[in-house]
Design a protein around this ligand. Sequence first.
Ligand SMILES: [Fe+2]
Length: 327
Amino acid sequence: MDEGRFSVSAQFRVAPLFCRPWTLNGISPRLIESHYEHNYGAALTRLNAVTRELEGIDFGTATPQAIGRLKREQIDLLNSTLLHELYFASLGGDGRTLPEVIANAITRDFRSVSHWRQEFIALAEALAGDAGWILLTYVPRDGRLINQSASDHTQSIAGGIPILALDMYEHAYHIEYGPNTTAYIAAFMRNIDWASVEARYNDAVKVAPPRPLQQSEFKDVPSITAEEVQGMLAAGQPVQIIDTRPRHYSTRAQDIVDGAVWRDPERLDEWIGTLSKEAPVVTFCVYGFHIGCQSAAALKAAGFDARYMAGGHYAWKAIKGPVKLFE
Ligand SMILES: [Fe+2]
């Protein structure tokens, strides 16, 4: 029975070495063995020790400093463990041949594979002399890949799924390359196992993005993002932007979306006749929950190409959309 990585005895378990050290080009078995045994192994052993210590702690009486220190150490060690496993799993290929799916994904997000390679290597060179990781990470929120450097074990992207890891800690190269990080980075690049990177990418894209805001009562009302409205204005597209923040709110509002007019949502019948059916209408309220949606629904029912701006006035402010004094 699979009990998961964290077993009932509260132990994080060792993962076997994913790469076959004797097949690597310019990275010796001696280096991999030392790295796996002494650095990965030490992180895992210490992780279990700290986890046991945390299990034995009385959170009612322990000092906040002790709890904070142990928790930080635990996450540091857990990330070190996970990233080392990914590092070893990143090695074992010829570094050159990118299968189609991962090649297309990298081209989509970095313009080209060679541009990605240039950026990844530049990040690694920039970290040389310091310690850390260079990661290629998939971000489910945006459905895209991003390169990152992490100057310690805890700078992971929240919700991101790293699919390729380069260890830039000195212990990863020093016994073989000394201070020559350029040669070590080149050796890593020519040993990347792209087939396994692609397999991890295929797994990562199955992870759903964070759940969007659910407004089931307005699910049939079309919406538009603040960025899209900004894009329409920038492109000079005709659009009628109606601020329908409630009157009681608008009396204390200080600013209004530049390009919008305020209309009292309670008196929609009075101003609906001033709108044109030739251009789309965008309505919005303070946060985008009710009034803006209701106004858009009423306009849509009356035959207008109407939608509400998701997130309302504050989403516009959050993207630094231009506003003017509300008088
Ligand atoms: Fe390492």
